[in-house]
Design a protein around this ligand. Structure first.
Ligand SMILES: Cc1ncc(COP(=O)(O)O)c(C=O)c1O
Length: 425
């Protein structure tokens, strides 16, 4: 029996004996279904890779481990042996797999990532990320050949232009880099979060994403969607990138894939996935049957309990409620996000849009006192990312608590003393 955590999509899942076969078959079918999102267009040929228990040495060893035998053999047998299998257990390890594959496939070394992105805490992940000096100072040198570009934020345009020009400004910046110091024909891949999560749920404009994708295609650069946070139904679709009608070359998934159990995976074009041979990417505990069973159960719950529909429905409620609150709470600057990835950005002044860290900290602390776990990131953005299984009643109850805390803040009832002990991200 697997009991998984509060932020998961599955509360209890079972895997015993013969069920191991069913589980492995289901996980194959279900994840294959995910890839049919891409197959349907026939624009690119897709292959699914679940990373783990996949190479011959591991299969051989597992045959000697009785309790794992069923699961491991089934996992191996359910996949076409001509596929390339790599394995990982954390989000970043899947990203490393994607980087290795992109470099091997293109024969190029440079990787484009984004300022204010978050990809994890290993050396490579920190290099890819661009969100906190505390993450990168004192520990260099980091990984070479990673280049950070600005990400379009249509509320706080980091390039200083008008908010509505954020997409164009960021594309111009990238093109300028291509013309001056970053030869596009040496770039292997762009790794992008379809919504920048920890930056404060920053949703890029659709035309920016289309143009970026076009630039990649024109220059032979792989487009990699990093769905560690936004994938697995969180935005109301399996993957965040689907909102932009883009078919990425590789999709990276982790976190909710196995409801918080350590498992990560890649979906990628067959020829890319075959650019490396085993043992190019392997980890001792990756892809173990318990995590695969959790992934299987997660996918089943997302589908059967219609959690993506739930995410879309609750998104509308959140938008209606927080938008109407803007009238009475001038510190609400913007409500944004897709599905159950919602950010409420708090400001000090509607003209300068200066981030209101104090308000965010006080509201989160007040919510905690009233029994709601709420965090903020990017200094000022309330992070509304509940488990996908949350009901409408529970969701409204949570928003009621936030509204009460906002009222207390407005009425000067939340003191400064908690600011010494509160830390946002
Ligand atoms: C977008 C994104 N990528 C990568 C990671 C890192 O994942 P992991 O901690 O599993 O390596 C996170 C974790 O929060 C994330 O939000």
């Amino acid at each position: 029996m697997i009991s998984v955590g509060e932020s998961s999509t599955c509360t209890e899942c079972h895997s015993e004996g013969e069920e191991g076969y069913i589980i492995a078959e289901l996980i194959y079918d279900k994840i294959k279904n995910l890839s049919s999102l891409y197959d349907s267009t026939k624009a690119i040929s897709e292959k699914v890779n679940i990373m783990g228990m996949n190479n011959i040495e591991i299969e051989y060893s597992l045959k000697n481990i009785k309790q794992n035998l069923i699961q491991s053999r089934t996992l191996v047998h359910t996949f076409d042996t001509s596929e390339v299998f790599v394995k990982a257990n954390e989000g970043i390890l899947a990203s490393y797999g994607a980087i290795k594959l992109a470099r091997a496939y293109t024969g190029r070394s440079k990787i484009i990532s984004f300022i204010r992105s978050y990809h994890g805490s290993t050396y490579g992940a920190i290099t890819l990320s661009g969100i906190s000096l505390n993450m990168s100072r004192k520990i260099g040198p980091l990984l070479p050949e990673i280049y950070h570009m600005p990400f379009p934020d249509t509320y706080h345009n980091s390039l200083g232009g008008a908010p509505e020009d954020a997409g164009k400004n960021c594309l111009d910046y990238l093109k300028y880099a291509f013309e001056n110091y970053l030869p596009p024909d040496e770039v292997a891949a762009v790794i992008i979060e379809p919504i920048q999560g920890d930056a404060g749920i920053v949703v890029p404009p659709g035309d920016y994403m289309q143009e970026l994708f076009k630039l990649c295609k024109e220059n032979g650069i792989l487009f990699i969607s990093e769905e560690v946070q936004q994938g697995m139904g969180r935005t109301g679709k399996w993957f965040g990138i689907e909102h932009f009608n883009i078919e990425p070359d590789i999709v990276i998934m982790a976190k909710a894939l196995a409801s918080g159990m350590p498992l990560s995976a890649l979906i990628g074009r067959k020829e890319i996935m075959e650019a490396l041979e085993a043992p190019a990417h392997l980890f001792t505990t990756a892809g173990n049957p318990v995590c695969c069973a959790a992934a299987l159960a997660t996918i089943k719950v997302i589908e059967e309990e219609k959690l993506m529909e739930n995410a879309e429905k609750l998104n509308k409620i959140a938008f209606e409620r927080f938008t109407s609150m803007k009238d009475k709470f001038p510190f609400i600057g913007e409500v944004r996000g897709l599905g159950l990835s919602i950010g409420v950005d708090l400001i000090k002044d509607p003209v300068t849009k200066e981030r209101n860290k104090e308000a965010a900290a006080k509201i989160c602390y007040c919510a905690w006192q009233k029994g709601l776990l709420l965090s903020f990131f990017s200094n000022s953005v309330l992070r509304i990312q509940p488990p996908l299984i949350i009901t409408e009643v529970e969701f409204n109850k949570g928003i009621n608590i936030i509204e009460t805390c906002m009222t207390d803040l407005q009425n000067g009832l939340l003191g400064d003393d908690i600011l010494k002990v509160t830390k946002g991200w």
